[in-house]
Design a protein around this ligand. Structure first.
Ligand code: FES
Length: 145
């Protein structure tokens, strides 16, 4: 299975080829929150993209004892790349018992892109939305403490 996107496939022109992992997370997004009215979050982060105007919301629940992210939910009005990258971000934030807040603050868009097998270059700005909203949600949680 080839998961590396061929960013410059067409005689030096950027292409729009997506990895199989990106397609999987776009068609089956993980941790999507549909009904936020009945969801009690410890922190909420909302960001908008200056590049395209799309919005992203991330809700997190924190284990107060271990300071690990026990749940990371999200919703966006963004594109396929934003959906896939935020889905992957939510998996990374909660896998193996959950990231500590310290670790989550150091999570980079590049680490998310690596797990996705990359994105077309022009979609990079979409991949940072979930990452930024997660940081905002952590700040919101910390401000409430
Ligand atoms: Fe707006 Fe991708 S074009 S999030």
């Amino acid at each position: 299975m080839n998961t590396t996107p061929d960013i410059y496939a067409c005689a030096g022109k950027p292409s729009w080829i997506y990895s199989d992992i990106v397609k999987d997370h776009f068609f089956k997004p993980r941790n999507l929150l549909i009904d936020e009215e009945h969801y009690e979050a410890d922190g909420i982060g909302i960001v908008g993209s200056p590049a395209c105007g799309d919005m992203m919301v991330v809700w997190i629940r924190i284990d107060d004892t271990t300071q690990q992210i026990s749940e990371c939910k999200w919703r966006t009005f963004g594109c396929a790349s934003a959906i896939a990258s935020t889905s992957m971000m939510s998996v990374m934030a909660t896998e193996n018992g959950g990231m500590t807040l310290k670790h989550a603050k150091r999570l980079t868009p590049e680490a998310i892109l690596e797990r996705l097998g990359g994105l077309p270059e022009k979609k990079y700005h979409c991949s940072v939305l979930g990452h930024q909203a997660l940081r905002e949600a952590i700040l919101d949680y910390e401000n409430k403490q």
